[in-house]
Write a protein that binds this ligand. Structure first.
Ligand code: NDP
Length: 283
């Protein structure tokens, strides 16, 4: 019996680890990473740098990006450049893609990861913030993807979209954020079908993340929940792996996949459990 259990566990681990990931394949690859001044995006930039990739990073704060670029070059990036941009400005997403294509002479991967700050609180009726967040977290992704597709077509490239469990299931305190992530999953899920139907060279990978230990996420949930947060560096590596191995969807940490399934099978139970995760003052 123990042999059967052992073999089953090994097969399960192999299945969850997905296709083999070769770091060497990224040497010299031309990659644009958004939201790379902090958090998961910054970790993505450092992993890529170590592989000898050519990177353009973007976010709003040029002074912070400059430091990340310096570290990327020290870690071994073949090229590392930055362009400050605000994704709430309608013309900035396309400007960033244009810059990356010009500077790198093309593009192999577009990693869409940035998010604008949003409160972790009961919905207070701020429609203007929701509209703004839709531009930053959703529409700018659509604009950048559309602008990059012709170049990615030529290089057999990939678009990697960083999404969240909150784009697949609803939870309190995150209405506008969750709406932008549901929008991403809907839009890029459609794009996966259409690119496949057109026999395009371009693939789209959607990454569904659980709670990750970035400063901004920890600051938000502090006092609300004791849920375990997983390391940003590991999350970053799984995101890169999803693109390199051209998987349509990945889940990190691995059990998020099962949580989402359980939620669909037992909706009443899971709603009760979700509310039970949080401590709050009834209003
Ligand atoms: P952070 O808040 O740490 O980083 C956000 C990045 O976006 C920063 O580089 C920030 O830089 C940039 N940014 C913010 N506003 C704008 C703007 N208007 N225009 C351009 N860039 C902007 O986020 P995380 O690292 O925690 O999250 C990264 C991704 O992972 C997101 O897509 C998030 O939804 C997803 N995710 C994270 C989880 C977590 O628990 N951390 C859980 C599930 C998903 P700057 O301020 O310089 O502009």
């Amino acid at each position: 019996l123990s042999a059967v259990v052992g073999i089953s566990a090994a097969l399960f681990a192999l299945y969850m680890s997905g296709p083999t990931f070769s770091v060497e394949s990224l040497k010299g690859a031309r990659i644009l990473v958004t939201g790379a001044s902090t958090g998961i995006g910054e970790q993505i930039a450092y992993h890529l740098a170590k592989t000898g990739a050519q990177i353009v990073i973007t976010a709003r704060r040029g002074n912070v990006l400059e430091q990340v670029v310096e570290k990327c070059l020290a870690l071994g990036a073949q090229k590392a450049m930055y362009i400050p941009a605000d994704m709430s400005v309608a013309s900035d997403p396309e400007k960033v893609v244009r810059f990356a294509v010009e500077q790198l002479g093309g593009l192999d991967y577009l990693i869409l990861n940035h998010i604008g700050p949003s409160p972790f609180a009961f919905w207070d009726g701020d429609v203007e913030h929701t509209r703004w967040l839709m531009q930053v977290n959703f529409l700018s992704y659509v604009q950048m993807a559309w602008k990059a597709i012709p170049t990615l077509e030529g290089s057999k490239g990939s678009i990697i979209v960083v999404s969240s469990m909150l784009g697949r299931m609803c939870s309190p305190f995150v209405g506008p954020y969750s709406a932008t992530k549901f929008a991403l999953n809907g839009f890029f899920g459609t794009m996966q079908h259409e690119l496949a139907m057109k026999k395009s060279n371009v693939t789209v990978s959607i990454c569904t993340l659980g709670l990750i230990d970035t400063d901004s996420a920890m600051e938000k949930v502090r006092g609300y929940t004791n849920m375990t947060a997983y390391p940003a560096s590991d999350a970053a590596l799984q995101i890169i792996k999803a693109g390199v191995t051209r998987q349509s969807e990945i889940f990190y940490p691995w059990f998020t996949y099962y949580l989402l399934n359980v939620k669909d099978w037992f909706p009443y139970l899971s709603d009760t459990v979700i509310r039970g995760f949080y401590s709050y003052e009834a209003q």
